[in-house]
Design a protein around this ligand. Structure first.
Ligand SMILES: [Mg+2]
Length: 328
């Protein structure tokens, strides 16, 4: 039975407020003066800091499918996409907003699970759900989110500040999310176990890593949402530089059951891993791990504006930006 809008908002509010007291001592909640229940959320701006704002759509049939993704996973992934953008700037999340349009046939249990998935991630990163909207949608679930973050004045890490000679790194392993999509596409009736593909169903935004990188290490940064080839092209385009990376250096995820290393193309072009891609000025030492996440050097920024890939045989070619377009 679908919930009328008023009851739906009341339920979301209840779920958003549970555990509020536990958070109240920490920093981000102090930035939220008033959340759900008034005409606007009221946020306190910390002196010496700037606000980061990111918006993101999650559309049924494009970003998720109700028959493939548990509702908890959909809620988790909606918020993770926004938090990952905050991580890419080296920011701290402050508050999140959710606008949810639901078709009439979506059961209450689906919505409850969606909010539970969202709130579990939100509590982990201390990000209050501070407002939003609900509406009826003709036939598909649409979730539109806003995440507000903050960074010290002038210190947010941009895409446009990579320089020739900088070394290029990625966090974690790549292709794990795209491998789950490939599996779903290949066997549409056999549901994979989300536990075998955590990077796809429950991606972890690299908030702590992003903050540490911002403090003393990086020149430019982006989160890997579209895929390495496409997101590297974004950094190069915005910075007016090129890059040369080596295929053999790209860390590939191991997924599935039994766990196997993903195909090279999935690590190179597969999106939605939500790892960080960043550049480091020459002469700075980069640890092998930060905040429990492995960091791997994959190449260098070049003056020439071409993006080149050296393959396993040592042959160098132009790397086309072939971002993964899932479920289309
Ligand atoms: Mg991004």
């Amino acid at each position: 039975v679908p919930l009328p809008e008023k009851a739906l908002i009341a339920q979301i509010r209840r779920m958003a407020n549970s555990g509020k007291r536990a958070r109240s001592a920490k920093n981000s909640t102090q930035n939220l003066i008033t959340g759900i229940g008034d005409d606007c959320a009221v946020l306190r701006i910390t002196p010496g800091r700037e606000l980061l704002v990111t918006t993101d759509f999650s559309l049924e049939g494009i970003h998720f499918r109700r028959d493939w993704h548990p509702a908890e996973s959909v809620g988790h992934r909606c918020l993770a996409r926004g938090l990952s953008d905050i991580a890419a700037m080296g920011g701290d999340p402050v508050a999140a907003f959710l606008s949810l349009a639901l078709p009439r046939d979506v059961p209450q249990a689906w919505v409850r699970s969606f909010i539970r998935g969202w709130m579990t991630l939100a509590k982990k990163y201390d990000v209050p759900l501070a407002g939003g909207d609900t509406a009826q949608s003709p036939n598909k679930v649409l979730a539109d989110i806003i995440v507000i973050g903050s960074a010290p004045k002038g210190k947010a890490v941009l895409r446009s500040t990579a320089r020739a000679g900088d070394r290029i790194f990625v966090s974690g392993e790549l292709g794990g999310s795209a491998a789950a999509v490939a599996e779903l596409m290949a066997k549409p009736t056999k549901k994979p176990n989300p536990r075998d593909y955590p990077r796809h169903f429950y991606p972890e935004p690299r908030i702590k890593l992003g903050r540490i990188l911002r403090e003393n290490l990086v020149s430019a940064m982006i989160d890997l949402s579209d895929g390495l080839s496409t997101d590297l092209a974004h950094i190069c385009e915005e910075s007016g530089v090129g890059a040369k990376i080596a295929s053999a250096l790209i860390p590939r995820a191991r997924v599935g059951k039994p766990a196997r290393e993903v195909a090279h193309d999935l690590a190179l072009h597969g999106g939605e891993d939500y790892e960080l891609l960043f550049t480091v000025p020459q002469g700075k030492r980069v640890p092998a791990r930060i905040a429990g996440v492995t960091l791997t050097e994959i190449g260098a920024i070049t003056r020439s504006q071409k993006i080149l890939l050296q393959d396993e045989n040592g042959v160098t070619r132009r790397l086309p930006a072939k971002g993964w377009e899932h479920f289309r």
